[in-house]
Write a protein that binds this ligand. Structure first.
Ligand SMILES: NC(=O)c1ccc[n+]([C@@H]2O[C@H](COP(=O)([O-])OP(=O)(O)OC[C@H]3O[C@@H](n4cnc5c(N)ncnc54)[C@H](OP(=O)(O)O)[C@@H]3O)[C@@H](O)[C@H]2O)c1
Length: 269
């Protein structure tokens, strides 16, 4: 496939670094974005032909930082692909979440991809292989106790992606939504890992998500992909029979509340 220039947010994270590895191995050039210069440098040096890849530091929760990043990317030349992957998740009951956590989740998971898409669209549309991949979640389709704000951010991202797919349907750009289920990364604190184990929720390796993202680079038709079985069935079921899913999840509530309490105690230490 044609070598692409890919802007990847959250590059130093679990899923981000797996995608960086897979994209670089496939011969693509990367612009690795994150807040931590040492982490970005270490990641670049671990990739095939490090000199082909750039690193840029930006705190994507700031609108000003995104404007200046977009200007730097224009100066750095053309790009083909934007992968909106950076994200945060704070597990806890709504009443346990602080206002700054709530704002940070919405800024990073929802506003940042919107701002990056808007800022980079002119640059992307100049490419014959233009593509956007927004990394969502199965929690972008299923409201789950203990993740109300995270779910809101990912439901928002899914809606934004769908609208953008339709708004750009007459242009040569593919806009994809990729929704993993739980993945083994540092995003999930020990309480969430233990809760998933007790509930029998499977966790994927980051490489599984990276492989799916790699496959999307060659899809010229915009699409939405959900990873993991039975999660992708629950996504559809929740859309058609939400009450069935609500009843099943109600049985899990005592367990979720127990781990949310554990998480609250850990946070207040
Ligand atoms: N892990 C899961 O179970 C799971 C499941 C479904 C979907 N997802 C989604 O997958 C994506 C990646 O998650 P992950 O599991 O790989 O998480 P992760 O390992 O915690 O990595 C998160 C990445 O986001 C970056 N980031 C955090 N705050 C930032 C900020 N203010 N500005 C710029 N970058 C920032 C971090 O970079 P720094 O080095 O700057 O901190 C890090 O590279 C997220 O969108 C997440 O919602 C994850």
């Amino acid at each position: 496939m044609t070598p692409l220039k890919i802007v990847l947010t959250g590059a130093t994270g679990g899923i981000g670094s797996a995608m960086a590895l897979a994209f670089a191995q496939a011969g693509h050039s990367l612009v690795l974005l994150g807040r931590n210069s040492d982490g970005l440098e270490a990641l670049r040096n671990s990739l095939d032909q490090p000199e082909r890849h750039q690193i840029m530091r930006a705190d994507l929760s700031s609108a000003e930082a995104i404007i200046s990043l977009a200007a730097d990317l224009v100066d750095a030349g053309g790009i083909d692909v934007l992968v909106n992957n950076a994200g945060v998740s704070d597990f806890g009951l709504l009443t346990d979440l602080h206002d700054d956590e709530l704002e940070q989740m919405l800024r990073l998971n929802l506003l940042a991809p919107m701002r990056l898409c808007r800022g980079l669209l002119p640059l992307l549309c100049a490419s014959a292989n233009a593509c956007i991949i927004n990394i969502g979640s199965s929690f972008g389709s299923i409201g789950y106790a203990g993740f109300s704000i995270y779910c809101a951010s990912k439901f928002g991202l899914r809606g934004f992606t769908e609208a953008l797919q339709r708004e750009l349907a007459d242009q040569e750009i593919a806009v994809h939504y990729l929704a993993p289920r739980a993945v083994r990364t540092k995003m999930n604190p020990p309480a969430v890992v233990a809760m998933n184990a007790e509930l029998g929720n499977s966790e994927d390796e980051p490489a599984t998500v990276a492989l799916a993202a790699l496959g999307l680079l060659i899809e010229r038709q915009s699409c939405s992909r959900y990873l993991g079985w039975p999660e992708k069935l629950f996504v559809r079921l929740n859309g058609v029979f939400p009450r069935v899913v609500a009843n099943a999840l109600k049985n899990q509530l005592p367990i979720i509340k127990r781990y949310a309490k554990q998480q609250r105690e850990t946070r207040s230490l």
